[in-house]
Design a protein around this ligand. Sequence first.
Ligand code: NAD
Ligand code: A1AUG
Length: 542
Amino acid sequence: MDAITFPPAPTNEPNLTYAPGSPERETLVAELARLEKKQQSFRAVIGGKRRNGGGAEIKVVQPHDHAHVLGTLKNSTTKDAEAAIKAAADAAPAWRAMPFDERCAILLKAADLLAGPWRQTLNAATMLGQSKTAFQAEIDAACELIDFWRFNVHYAKQILTDQPIANSPGIWNRTDHRPLEGFVYAITPFNFTAIAGNLPTAPALMGNTVIWKPSPTQQLAASLTMELLEEAGMPPGVINMLPGDGLDVSKVALAHRDLAGIHFTGSTPTFQHLWRTVGENITGYRSYPRIVGETGGKDFIVAHPSADPDVLRVAMIRGAFEFQGQKCSAASRAYVPRSVWVKIKDQLIADTEALSMGDVTDLSHFMGAVIDDRAFAKHKAAIARAKRQKHLTVLAGGQTDDSVGWFVRPTIVESTDPTDQMFSDEYFGPILAVHVYDDARFEKVVEQMESFAPYALTGAIIAQDRAAVAWARKTLRFAAGNFYINDKPTGAVVGQQPFGGGRASGTNDKAGAAVNLLRWTSPRSIKETFVPPKDHRYPHQG
Ligand SMILES: NC(=O)c1ccc[n+]([C@@H]2O[C@H](COP(=O)([O-])OP(=O)(O)OC[C@H]3O[C@@H](n4cnc5c(N)ncnc54)[C@H](O)[C@@H]3O)[C@@H](O)[C@H]2O)c1
Ligand SMILES: N[C@@H](CCC=O)C(=O)O
């Protein structure tokens, strides 16, 4: 008989420092050398079996050294997608029937494997493939993914124990949290190994089987995540990984009767394309597909005249430039009162110019390269435009160089016009637009920026005046799904600041929280009457 059990209580995985001489640094350096040396073939995983996709070859390279090929993959085709969907359907009955505790144990084991023997492998892969520094890889590939897996078990258990609170006499009401009927299509972005690992596993934990389409530029870490999950005991067919650009996979998956849900993180245009296609196909599905998407941002820092200048300067540098500004949460627009600007401007420029950028296997760097040639071209064009416009002044950075890697210097652009496109368009790179305003206009400036960008992902207020903090918190209530007071707008921690945004930034089904897991269940209400009536007549009938 199944006991009522309590999984280990989750706690956040502590960050290792990688300081010179630390044991973690030594292991990481060895893993970097090992992974750099071998060119891999990244194959699809369908029903637990490896196979090459049937499409064209795609090279996976190091962004900071793009001549260095980490491996190759073959694009997944419609045939691969059909095989993966069949494998997911074949695996579904046994996976649904597996006791919940066993599913939890697989993810808890995956978390422990990642905290232990796999930690530096996934960190090194994330550094090489996505050009993250050691610290940026640690907070993503190790800590955030471990936290997702441990906290999701805790939240899933809460969902299952959440049962009806009322029972009429002689009746027992129960809720059966069923998985969805069909497969979940998880499509993941390049920028976070943790998000890539969470999107397929969260629906799987709730009993669903999954088609996982990672980003080609994140394929090294994605393939290793798949291996780790297999070592943790994830049965064949529960998560089927299809490398490549996803175009052919979507042709099949989005038109399939059994599409039960989409778990997406990536850009707003891609998400809108997926949603539109589902809309066009709506009459063909068995159930209405659940659509969960976390998308773009134009994340802000607003400083009040009472702001502590040092707090503001650090929030701007770390918030805008860590991981080359390629966090969806990265600050890309700042509004600074003139009285504070005069105190920080010189130091902000000097600190920005001093940020060291280069090959991330040299652990002394603060930043690496942007992800690919497309991103590089976009940032280069945005900077060139800024140099041309009269109302824009490039204060720091502005240089780009793609001869070895896709390097974009951290760039600060001052704008006299807060309606310039730099305050509304997502560039997803190390470019921070700053509007300096007269102190007395604080409220006017906040009211203008509140909905100037279509997004509402993250934002921060930097102020010491409590009334100003309270006013901004109220006025900016719908401008950010994650709102920070006297801190940078990046670095949300699972279990502490559930992450996600509204408006064009997504459906705000907070990753790593119970609300997200609920989307992957279809509750069934069960009423049992112990002594049912045997006469159809009611008392008022006399
Ligand atoms: N809100 C969040 O939580 C969050 C987190 C991380 C990244 N992001 C956003 O992600 C974007 C950057 O990531 P990206 O460049 O990987 O985004 P992207 O939209 O280019 O790609 C995301 C994924 O979608 C795939 N894709 C694209 N078209 C597809 C199709 N037709 N069918 C199937 N798959 C398809 C890509 O291959 C990739 O795997 C930014 O806009 C950023 O703000 C948001
Ligand atoms: N947890 C991360 C998520 C970033 C997404 O790209 C942050 O809050 O910075």
